[in-house]
Design a protein around this ligand. Structure first.
Ligand code: IMP
Ligand code: MG
Length: 203
């Protein structure tokens, strides 16, 4: 797998509107666009024109998925699995399924898409659920890979960028459901992140 570590951008590149909340831009809009295109090509090459079911985890994948799929020319069907962690936490905790799959994936090639592979806890719970439906194979595609925090032995087959152990937001990724609309991926100000952790621990 190709690795695309990202270099920090100077603080000044954070648009003024977001400067109080976003410490720095980690991946620019242009870098995202370029890498998402090459990811689409890698996927096409491996799936060899096979009928594919794309299963995308809600809600963090919206932007990435929309950009990725417009460059994938495979015959595919698209379904969504709603996963949500309890409360307004920053990290994944107890998982609940908020939307179930509708499409039949038996005997099909599945491309499972998520925004970020962090501890691997989400994937560890989602994979058995999909495996039980007897697909031919499951390949995992994530925009971001944060290997420093991995707990489960799960790796992505396709990963857009490797990111450092910092809380990132934007391009679909949220902090307490906010910041999904940033067109870039940025590092959340640690003071916001720490405040939220304190609030959660007090509950
Ligand atoms: P994991 O279950 O720890 O692998 O984390 C996966 C989920 O946690 C992702 O789908 C995200 O929703 C969330 N997550 C983990 N790290 C971050 C981050 O840095 N920013 C935003 N969301 C994150
Ligand atoms: Mg999330």
């Amino acid at each position: 797998m190709l690795d695309f570590p990202v270099k920090a951008k100077p603080k000044s590149s954070v648009p003024p509107r977001w400067r109080k909340e976003v410490a720095r831009v980690l991946i620019t809009e242009a870098q995202l666009a370029l890498r998402v295109r090459t990811l689409a090509r890698e996927i096409e090459r491996d799936f060899l024109g096979r009928e594919t079911v794309v299963i995308s985890l809600l809600n963090g994948t919206v932007m990435f998925l929309a950009d990725l799929l417009r460059h994938v020319t495979l015959p595919l069907r698209l379904d969504f699995l709603g996963v949500s962690s309890y409360g307004e936490g920053a990290r994944s905790g107890e998982l609940i399924f908020t939307k179930e799959l509708r499409l039949d994936v038996r005997g099909r090639d599945v491309l499972l898409v998520d925004d970020i592979l962090d501890t691997g806890g989400t994937m560890a719970r989602v994979l058995p659920k999909i495996r039980a439906l007897k697909p031919r194979r499951i390949k995992i595609c994530v925009l971001l890979d944060k290997p420093a925090r991995r707990v489960e032995t799960i790796e992505a087959d396709y990963a857009g960028f490797t990111v450092p152990d910092e809380f990132v937001v934007g391009y679909g990724l949220d902090f307490a459901e906010r910041y999904r609309n940033l067109p870039f991926v940025g590092v959340l100000h640690p003071h916001l992140y720490k405040q939220a952790c304190k609030r959660i621990n007090r509950k």
